[in-house]
Design a protein around this ligand. Structure first.
Ligand code: UD1
Length: 426
Protein backbone atom coordinates (compact mmCIF):
# COMPACT_ATOMS: atom_id res chain seq x y z
CA UNK A 1 0.00 0.00 0.00
CA UNK A 2 1.49 3.43 -0.89
CA UNK A 3 2.43 5.62 2.06
CA UNK A 4 3.21 9.28 2.64
CA UNK A 5 5.13 11.10 5.31
CA UNK A 6 3.28 13.32 7.75
CA UNK A 7 4.26 15.50 10.66
CA UNK A 8 2.30 14.94 13.85
CA UNK A 9 2.20 17.76 16.36
CA UNK A 10 0.42 17.45 19.68
CA UNK A 11 -0.37 20.87 21.03
CA UNK A 12 -0.10 22.37 24.47
CA UNK A 13 3.64 22.36 25.14
CA UNK A 14 5.39 25.60 25.99
CA UNK A 15 8.60 25.91 23.91
CA UNK A 16 11.73 26.84 25.83
CA UNK A 17 15.45 26.73 25.16
CA UNK A 18 17.89 27.64 22.42
CA UNK A 19 17.74 27.08 18.71
CA UNK A 20 20.32 27.79 15.99
CA UNK A 21 19.42 29.20 12.62
CA UNK A 22 21.12 28.07 9.40
CA UNK A 23 21.94 30.16 6.32
CA UNK A 24 19.09 31.59 4.27
CA UNK A 25 17.42 29.40 1.66
CA UNK A 26 16.56 32.46 -0.40
CA UNK A 27 20.19 33.49 -0.45
CA UNK A 28 22.14 30.26 -0.79
CA UNK A 29 20.35 29.18 -3.98
CA UNK A 30 21.33 32.44 -5.65
CA UNK A 31 24.89 32.28 -4.29
CA UNK A 32 25.23 28.81 -5.83
CA UNK A 33 24.00 30.21 -9.16
CA UNK A 34 26.38 33.18 -8.86
CA UNK A 35 29.30 30.71 -8.75
CA UNK A 36 28.56 30.08 -12.46
CA UNK A 37 29.95 33.53 -13.20
CA UNK A 38 33.57 32.39 -12.75
CA UNK A 39 35.48 29.27 -13.77
CA UNK A 40 37.13 27.46 -10.88
CA UNK A 41 36.13 26.42 -7.39
CA UNK A 42 33.86 28.55 -5.23
CA UNK A 43 33.01 27.62 -1.68
CA UNK A 44 29.78 28.62 0.04
CA UNK A 45 29.53 28.19 3.80
CA UNK A 46 26.67 28.26 6.30
CA UNK A 47 24.58 26.24 3.85
CA UNK A 48 21.22 24.96 5.16
CA UNK A 49 20.57 21.21 4.90
CA UNK A 50 17.37 21.52 2.86
CA UNK A 51 15.96 19.90 -0.23
CA UNK A 52 16.23 23.02 -2.41
CA UNK A 53 20.03 23.04 -1.97
CA UNK A 54 20.11 19.47 -3.33
CA UNK A 55 17.93 20.47 -6.29
CA UNK A 56 20.15 23.45 -7.08
CA UNK A 57 23.22 21.20 -6.75
CA UNK A 58 21.70 18.80 -9.27
CA UNK A 59 20.89 21.66 -11.63
CA UNK A 60 24.50 22.91 -11.48
CA UNK A 61 25.80 19.37 -12.12
CA UNK A 62 23.69 19.18 -15.26
CA UNK A 63 25.27 22.45 -16.33
CA UNK A 64 28.65 20.72 -16.09
CA UNK A 65 29.72 21.76 -12.58
CA UNK A 66 31.17 19.45 -9.99
CA UNK A 67 29.18 20.04 -6.79
CA UNK A 68 30.04 18.66 -3.38
CA UNK A 69 27.69 19.39 -0.47
CA UNK A 70 29.25 18.52 2.88
CA UNK A 71 26.45 18.66 5.43
CA UNK A 72 28.84 18.14 8.38
CA UNK A 73 30.64 21.41 7.64
CA UNK A 74 27.52 23.04 6.11
CA UNK A 75 29.45 23.96 3.00
CA UNK A 76 29.14 23.47 -0.74
CA UNK A 77 32.08 23.34 -3.13
CA UNK A 78 31.24 24.18 -6.72
CA UNK A 79 33.77 23.59 -9.50
CA UNK A 80 32.66 25.52 -12.53
CA UNK A 81 34.01 24.55 -15.97
CA UNK A 82 35.39 26.98 -18.58
CA UNK A 83 32.32 26.36 -20.71
CA UNK A 84 29.18 25.46 -18.72
CA UNK A 85 26.18 23.90 -20.46
CA UNK A 86 23.22 26.20 -20.88
CA UNK A 87 20.04 24.20 -20.45
CA UNK A 88 18.02 24.02 -17.22
CA UNK A 89 15.52 21.19 -17.69
CA UNK A 90 11.88 21.23 -16.69
CA UNK A 91 12.11 18.24 -14.35
CA UNK A 92 14.28 20.32 -11.96
CA UNK A 93 12.84 23.76 -12.60
CA UNK A 94 9.31 22.51 -11.88
CA UNK A 95 10.47 21.38 -8.45
CA UNK A 96 12.05 24.70 -7.60
CA UNK A 97 11.12 28.02 -9.08
CA UNK A 98 14.39 29.57 -7.88
CA UNK A 99 16.08 27.62 -10.72
CA UNK A 100 15.36 30.71 -12.82
CA UNK A 101 18.31 32.37 -11.06
CA UNK A 102 20.76 30.56 -13.38
CA UNK A 103 19.38 32.64 -16.26
CA UNK A 104 21.36 35.83 -15.53
CA UNK A 105 24.75 34.18 -14.80
CA UNK A 106 24.55 31.85 -17.83
CA UNK A 107 23.64 34.50 -20.35
CA UNK A 108 26.32 36.83 -18.95
CA UNK A 109 29.05 34.21 -18.93
CA UNK A 110 28.25 32.00 -21.95
CA UNK A 111 25.90 34.24 -23.95
CA UNK A 112 23.10 31.69 -23.87
CA UNK A 113 20.56 30.11 -21.51
CA UNK A 114 17.57 27.84 -22.11
CA UNK A 115 15.62 27.67 -18.88
CA UNK A 116 12.33 25.82 -18.46
CA UNK A 117 9.55 28.13 -17.34
CA UNK A 118 9.16 27.62 -13.61
CA UNK A 119 6.47 26.10 -11.45
CA UNK A 120 7.57 25.88 -7.80
CA UNK A 121 5.49 27.17 -4.92
CA UNK A 122 1.76 27.29 -5.29
CA UNK A 123 1.57 30.93 -4.36
CA UNK A 124 0.03 32.72 -7.26
CA UNK A 125 1.18 33.76 -10.69
CA UNK A 126 4.75 34.93 -10.53
CA UNK A 127 5.69 36.74 -13.68
CA UNK A 128 9.11 37.06 -15.24
CA UNK A 129 8.40 40.23 -17.21
CA UNK A 130 10.84 42.41 -15.25
CA UNK A 131 13.61 39.81 -15.55
CA UNK A 132 13.10 39.70 -19.32
CA UNK A 133 12.80 43.44 -19.76
CA UNK A 134 16.07 43.99 -17.85
CA UNK A 135 17.95 41.44 -19.94
CA UNK A 136 16.60 42.89 -23.20
CA UNK A 137 17.86 46.32 -22.20
CA UNK A 138 21.30 44.74 -21.95
CA UNK A 139 21.09 43.44 -25.51
CA UNK A 140 19.85 39.92 -24.78
CA UNK A 141 17.33 38.38 -27.19
CA UNK A 142 14.67 36.61 -25.21
CA UNK A 143 11.94 34.36 -26.57
CA UNK A 144 9.93 31.41 -25.38
CA UNK A 145 9.36 28.10 -27.13
CA UNK A 146 7.97 24.75 -26.01
CA UNK A 147 7.84 25.83 -22.36
CA UNK A 148 11.41 27.15 -22.31
CA UNK A 149 12.72 30.66 -21.99
CA UNK A 150 15.49 31.12 -24.56
CA UNK A 151 18.00 33.90 -23.91
CA UNK A 152 20.86 34.64 -26.30
CA UNK A 153 23.35 37.41 -26.72
CA UNK A 154 25.83 38.16 -29.50
CA UNK A 155 29.02 38.76 -27.55
CA UNK A 156 29.23 40.56 -24.24
CA UNK A 157 26.13 42.08 -22.65
CA UNK A 158 25.89 45.89 -22.65
CA UNK A 159 25.42 47.80 -19.42
CA UNK A 160 22.07 49.61 -19.33
CA UNK A 161 19.83 51.89 -17.33
CA UNK A 162 17.06 49.69 -15.90
CA UNK A 163 14.24 50.30 -13.48
CA UNK A 164 11.75 47.95 -11.95
CA UNK A 165 8.00 48.61 -11.70
CA UNK A 166 8.18 46.88 -8.34
CA UNK A 167 11.27 45.95 -6.25
CA UNK A 168 11.17 42.29 -7.27
CA UNK A 169 13.76 40.13 -5.54
CA UNK A 170 14.14 37.74 -8.47
CA UNK A 171 14.32 40.42 -11.17
CA UNK A 172 16.91 42.40 -9.17
CA UNK A 173 19.02 39.24 -8.91
CA UNK A 174 18.75 38.33 -12.59
CA UNK A 175 19.73 41.81 -13.76
CA UNK A 176 22.45 42.12 -11.13
CA UNK A 177 24.06 38.79 -12.00
CA UNK A 178 23.86 39.57 -15.72
CA UNK A 179 25.33 43.05 -15.30
CA UNK A 180 28.54 42.19 -13.42
CA UNK A 181 30.15 40.86 -16.64
CA UNK A 182 28.54 43.40 -18.99
CA UNK A 183 30.41 46.05 -20.90
CA UNK A 184 29.97 49.41 -19.17
CA UNK A 185 27.68 50.58 -16.42
CA UNK A 186 24.30 49.20 -15.35
CA UNK A 187 21.97 51.05 -13.03
CA UNK A 188 19.10 49.15 -11.40
CA UNK A 189 16.56 51.59 -10.01
CA UNK A 190 13.85 50.56 -7.56
CA UNK A 191 15.97 47.49 -6.80
CA UNK A 192 15.00 45.10 -4.01
CA UNK A 193 16.87 45.70 -0.73
CA UNK A 194 16.40 42.34 0.99
CA UNK A 195 19.33 41.11 3.13
CA UNK A 196 19.61 38.24 0.63
CA UNK A 197 20.31 40.77 -2.16
CA UNK A 198 23.00 42.36 0.01
CA UNK A 199 24.45 38.88 0.54
CA UNK A 200 24.67 38.20 -3.20
CA UNK A 201 26.24 41.63 -3.76
CA UNK A 202 28.89 40.71 -1.17
CA UNK A 203 29.67 37.41 -2.86
CA UNK A 204 29.82 39.09 -6.28
CA UNK A 205 32.16 41.74 -4.84
CA UNK A 206 34.38 38.98 -3.44
CA UNK A 207 34.43 37.51 -6.98
CA UNK A 208 35.72 40.85 -8.29
CA UNK A 209 32.51 42.66 -9.26
CA UNK A 210 32.16 46.42 -8.85
CA UNK A 211 28.83 47.27 -7.24
CA UNK A 212 27.81 50.55 -5.62
CA UNK A 213 24.72 51.29 -3.54
CA UNK A 214 24.58 47.85 -1.91
CA UNK A 215 21.56 47.73 0.43
CA UNK A 216 19.89 50.71 -1.26
CA UNK A 217 17.24 50.82 -3.98
CA UNK A 218 19.72 52.01 -6.63
CA UNK A 219 22.41 49.52 -7.53
CA UNK A 220 25.16 50.72 -9.86
CA UNK A 221 27.33 48.06 -11.45
CA UNK A 222 30.49 48.70 -13.44
CA UNK A 223 30.92 45.55 -15.50
CA UNK A 224 34.26 43.72 -15.51
CA UNK A 225 35.69 41.34 -18.13
CA UNK A 226 36.02 38.36 -15.87
CA UNK A 227 35.42 37.25 -12.30
CA UNK A 228 37.17 34.75 -10.04
CA UNK A 229 35.76 32.15 -7.63
CA UNK A 230 34.95 33.16 -4.04
CA UNK A 231 34.62 31.78 -0.54
CA UNK A 232 31.49 33.19 1.07
CA UNK A 233 29.31 32.51 4.13
CA UNK A 234 25.52 32.70 3.65
CA UNK A 235 23.55 35.28 5.64
CA UNK A 236 21.36 33.74 8.42
CA UNK A 237 17.80 32.85 7.42
CA UNK A 238 15.61 35.69 8.73
CA UNK A 239 12.42 33.82 7.89
CA UNK A 240 13.46 30.75 9.89
CA UNK A 241 14.48 33.11 12.73
CA UNK A 242 11.09 34.81 12.54
CA UNK A 243 9.28 31.45 12.53
CA UNK A 244 11.04 30.47 15.76
CA UNK A 245 10.18 33.86 17.23
CA UNK A 246 6.48 33.23 16.53
CA UNK A 247 6.81 29.68 17.92
CA UNK A 248 7.98 31.20 21.21
CA UNK A 249 5.16 33.73 21.27
CA UNK A 250 2.33 31.41 20.24
CA UNK A 251 3.23 28.78 22.87
CA UNK A 252 3.80 31.44 25.56
CA UNK A 253 7.35 30.16 25.72
CA UNK A 254 10.90 31.43 26.10
CA UNK A 255 13.18 30.79 23.12
CA UNK A 256 16.63 32.15 22.35
CA UNK A 257 17.28 32.25 18.61
CA UNK A 258 21.02 32.09 17.89
CA UNK A 259 23.11 32.57 14.72
CA UNK A 260 20.58 35.16 13.74
CA UNK A 261 20.55 38.86 12.86
CA UNK A 262 17.53 40.47 14.57
CA UNK A 263 18.10 43.73 12.65
CA UNK A 264 16.86 41.87 9.54
CA UNK A 265 13.58 41.18 11.34
CA UNK A 266 12.96 44.53 12.97
CA UNK A 267 9.29 44.98 11.99
CA UNK A 268 8.29 41.37 12.70
CA UNK A 269 9.91 41.45 16.15
CA UNK A 270 8.27 44.79 16.87
CA UNK A 271 4.91 43.17 16.00
CA UNK A 272 5.61 40.46 18.58
CA UNK A 273 6.27 43.15 21.17
CA UNK A 274 2.89 44.69 20.27
CA UNK A 275 1.39 41.22 20.73
CA UNK A 276 2.78 41.23 24.28
CA UNK A 277 6.15 39.47 23.97
CA UNK A 278 9.45 40.59 25.46
CA UNK A 279 12.14 40.59 22.78
CA UNK A 280 15.76 41.15 23.77
CA UNK A 281 18.93 41.10 21.75
CA UNK A 282 21.51 38.64 23.01
CA UNK A 283 24.98 37.89 21.69
CA UNK A 284 24.56 36.19 18.31
CA UNK A 285 20.80 36.57 18.20
CA UNK A 286 17.72 37.39 20.24
CA UNK A 287 15.37 36.01 22.89
CA UNK A 288 11.57 36.00 22.80
CA UNK A 289 9.49 35.49 25.95
CA UNK A 290 5.73 35.50 26.18
CA UNK A 291 3.81 35.17 29.41
CA UNK A 292 0.24 35.78 28.33
CA UNK A 293 -2.19 35.08 25.55
CA UNK A 294 -0.97 37.16 22.56
CA UNK A 295 -2.90 40.23 21.49
CA UNK A 296 -3.96 40.35 17.83
CA UNK A 297 -1.65 42.37 15.55
CA UNK A 298 -2.40 43.87 12.12
CA UNK A 299 0.06 42.99 9.36
CA UNK A 300 0.77 44.53 5.94
CA UNK A 301 3.28 42.65 3.78
CA UNK A 302 5.68 44.77 1.76
CA UNK A 303 9.12 44.49 0.14
CA UNK A 304 12.02 44.77 2.61
CA UNK A 305 12.32 46.53 5.00
CA UNK A 306 8.54 46.08 5.24
CA UNK A 307 6.90 43.09 6.87
CA UNK A 308 7.96 39.93 4.94
CA UNK A 309 5.29 37.97 3.05
CA UNK A 310 7.20 34.82 4.03
CA UNK A 311 6.16 35.40 7.67
CA UNK A 312 2.53 36.20 6.90
CA UNK A 313 1.10 32.67 7.43
CA UNK A 314 2.97 32.36 10.73
CA UNK A 315 1.42 35.62 11.96
CA UNK A 316 -2.04 34.53 10.81
CA UNK A 317 -1.52 31.42 12.96
CA UNK A 318 -0.54 33.67 15.89
CA UNK A 319 -3.57 35.89 15.37
CA UNK A 320 -5.86 32.87 15.16
CA UNK A 321 -5.44 32.22 18.90
CA UNK A 322 -4.89 35.87 19.93
CA UNK A 323 -7.11 38.12 21.96
CA UNK A 324 -9.01 40.40 19.58
CA UNK A 325 -9.15 40.64 15.79
CA UNK A 326 -6.48 41.54 13.23
CA UNK A 327 -6.47 42.65 9.62
CA UNK A 328 -3.76 41.05 7.50
CA UNK A 329 -3.00 42.57 4.09
CA UNK A 330 -1.00 40.55 1.57
CA UNK A 331 0.56 42.70 -1.15
CA UNK A 332 2.95 40.26 -2.83
CA UNK A 333 1.39 36.88 -3.55
CA UNK A 334 -2.37 36.67 -4.02
CA UNK A 335 -2.65 32.92 -3.40
CA UNK A 336 -0.87 33.01 -0.04
CA UNK A 337 -4.23 32.98 1.72
CA UNK A 338 -4.96 29.50 0.37
CA UNK A 339 -3.57 28.08 3.58
CA UNK A 340 -6.32 29.78 5.55
CA UNK A 341 -8.73 27.01 4.47
CA UNK A 342 -6.43 24.50 6.13
CA UNK A 343 -6.15 26.62 9.26
CA UNK A 344 -9.94 26.70 9.38
CA UNK A 345 -9.85 22.91 9.80
CA UNK A 346 -8.25 23.58 13.18
CA UNK A 347 -11.12 25.89 14.07
CA UNK A 348 -9.49 29.22 13.15
CA UNK A 349 -11.85 32.07 12.30
CA UNK A 350 -10.36 33.76 9.22
CA UNK A 351 -12.28 35.50 6.46
CA UNK A 352 -10.53 36.64 3.30
CA UNK A 353 -11.54 39.20 0.75
CA UNK A 354 -9.06 39.75 -2.10
CA UNK A 355 -5.74 40.53 -0.50
CA UNK A 356 -7.16 41.12 2.99
CA UNK A 357 -7.78 38.60 5.73
CA UNK A 358 -9.73 39.29 8.90
CA UNK A 359 -8.59 37.02 11.70
CA UNK A 360 -10.71 36.78 14.82
CA UNK A 361 -8.77 35.18 17.64
CA UNK A 362 -10.23 32.03 19.18
CA UNK A 363 -9.49 30.94 22.72
CA UNK A 364 -8.51 27.48 21.43
CA UNK A 365 -7.86 25.52 18.23
CA UNK A 366 -8.47 21.80 17.86
CA UNK A 367 -6.03 19.40 16.18
CA UNK A 368 -7.02 17.98 12.78
CA UNK A 369 -5.44 16.60 9.60
CA UNK A 370 -4.27 19.43 7.32
CA UNK A 371 -2.28 19.85 4.12
CA UNK A 372 0.69 22.19 3.67
CA UNK A 373 0.36 23.91 0.30
CA UNK A 374 3.70 25.73 0.30
CA UNK A 375 6.73 26.16 2.57
CA UNK A 376 5.44 29.01 4.70
CA UNK A 377 1.90 27.62 4.85
CA UNK A 378 3.52 24.50 6.28
CA UNK A 379 5.26 26.62 8.91
CA UNK A 380 1.99 28.36 9.79
CA UNK A 381 0.24 24.99 10.24
CA UNK A 382 3.02 23.62 12.46
CA UNK A 383 2.75 26.74 14.65
CA UNK A 384 -1.01 26.37 14.91
CA UNK A 385 -0.54 22.67 15.71
CA UNK A 386 1.74 23.61 18.62
CA UNK A 387 -1.19 25.24 20.41
CA UNK A 388 -4.15 23.22 19.09
CA UNK A 389 -5.77 20.76 21.50
CA UNK A 390 -4.93 17.19 20.55
CA UNK A 391 -2.96 16.12 17.49
CA UNK A 392 -2.56 17.94 14.19
CA UNK A 393 -1.39 15.76 11.28
CA UNK A 394 0.32 17.78 8.56
CA UNK A 395 0.46 16.34 5.05
CA UNK A 396 2.66 17.80 2.33
CA UNK A 397 5.79 17.61 4.52
CA UNK A 398 7.92 17.91 1.37
CA UNK A 399 7.09 21.62 1.29
CA UNK A 400 8.47 22.10 4.81
CA UNK A 401 11.63 20.20 3.89
CA UNK A 402 12.28 22.72 1.14
CA UNK A 403 12.81 25.49 3.66
CA UNK A 404 13.25 24.15 7.19
CA UNK A 405 16.22 21.92 8.03
CA UNK A 406 15.74 19.17 10.65
CA UNK A 407 12.55 20.72 11.92
CA UNK A 408 11.47 17.74 14.07
CA UNK A 409 14.63 17.50 16.23
CA UNK A 410 14.73 21.29 16.54
CA UNK A 411 11.12 21.44 17.76
CA UNK A 412 11.61 18.44 20.04
CA UNK A 413 14.72 20.10 21.50
CA UNK A 414 12.52 22.98 22.62
CA UNK A 415 10.02 20.62 24.25
CA UNK A 416 7.42 20.22 21.50
CA UNK A 417 5.59 16.95 21.12
CA UNK A 418 6.24 16.17 17.47
CA UNK A 419 7.03 13.20 15.24
CA UNK A 420 7.46 12.37 11.59
CA UNK A 421 5.52 9.30 10.54
CA UNK A 422 4.56 7.25 7.51
CA UNK A 423 0.84 6.84 6.98
CA UNK A 424 -0.98 4.88 4.34
CA UNK A 425 -2.05 6.87 1.31
CA UNK A 426 -4.73 4.50 0.12
C1 UD1 B 1 11.48 35.78 -3.47
C2 UD1 B 1 11.54 34.67 -2.44
C3 UD1 B 1 10.19 34.45 -1.79
C4 UD1 B 1 9.65 35.76 -1.24
C5 UD1 B 1 9.69 36.85 -2.31
C6 UD1 B 1 9.27 38.22 -1.79
C7 UD1 B 1 13.26 33.22 -3.30
C8 UD1 B 1 13.62 31.88 -3.83
N1 UD1 B 1 11.98 33.45 -3.07
O1 UD1 B 1 10.60 35.32 -4.50
O2 UD1 B 1 10.33 33.49 -0.74
O3 UD1 B 1 8.32 35.55 -0.82
O4 UD1 B 1 11.00 36.97 -2.87
O5 UD1 B 1 10.05 38.58 -0.70
O6 UD1 B 1 14.13 34.03 -3.03
N2 UD1 B 1 6.73 39.78 -10.29
C9 UD1 B 1 6.29 40.13 -11.55
N3 UD1 B 1 7.19 40.17 -12.59
C10 UD1 B 1 8.50 39.88 -12.42
C11 UD1 B 1 8.95 39.51 -11.14
C12 UD1 B 1 8.04 39.48 -10.10
O7 UD1 B 1 5.11 40.39 -11.75
O8 UD1 B 1 9.27 39.95 -13.40
C13 UD1 B 1 5.77 39.75 -9.17
C14 UD1 B 1 5.52 38.34 -8.70
O9 UD1 B 1 4.52 37.71 -9.46
C15 UD1 B 1 5.11 38.56 -7.26
C16 UD1 B 1 5.90 39.81 -6.83
O10 UD1 B 1 6.30 40.42 -8.05
O11 UD1 B 1 3.76 38.86 -7.16
C17 UD1 B 1 7.11 39.52 -5.96
O12 UD1 B 1 8.02 38.75 -6.66
P1 UD1 B 1 9.58 38.71 -6.31
O13 UD1 B 1 9.95 39.80 -5.38
O14 UD1 B 1 10.31 38.63 -7.62
O15 UD1 B 1 9.71 37.34 -5.54
P2 UD1 B 1 10.57 36.08 -5.91
O16 UD1 B 1 11.95 36.47 -6.29
O17 UD1 B 1 9.78 35.22 -6.84
Amino acid sequence: MPSVEVLRVTGGKRLAGEVRVPGAKNSVLKLMAAALLAPGRSRIRNVPDILDVEIMGELLRRLGCDVHHDTASASVLIDVPEQPDTRADYDLVRRMRASICVLGPLVARVGSADVALPGGDNIGSRGLDMHIDGLRRMGVEVSSEHGYLLAHSQGRLRGAQTWLDFPSVGATETILMASVLAQGMTVIDNAAREPEIVDICRMLTAMGAHIDGIGTSTLTVEGVESLGPADHATVPDRIVSGTWAVAAAITQGDVTVLDSQPEHLAIALEKLVTAGAAVDEVEGGFRVRMERRPAAVDIVTLPYPGFPTDLQPQFIALNSIAEGAALVTENLFEARFRFVQELARLGADVRTDGHHALVRGRSALSGAPVEATDIRAGAGLVLAGLVAEGTTTIYGVGHLDRGYAHVVPALAGLGASVSRDQVSDA
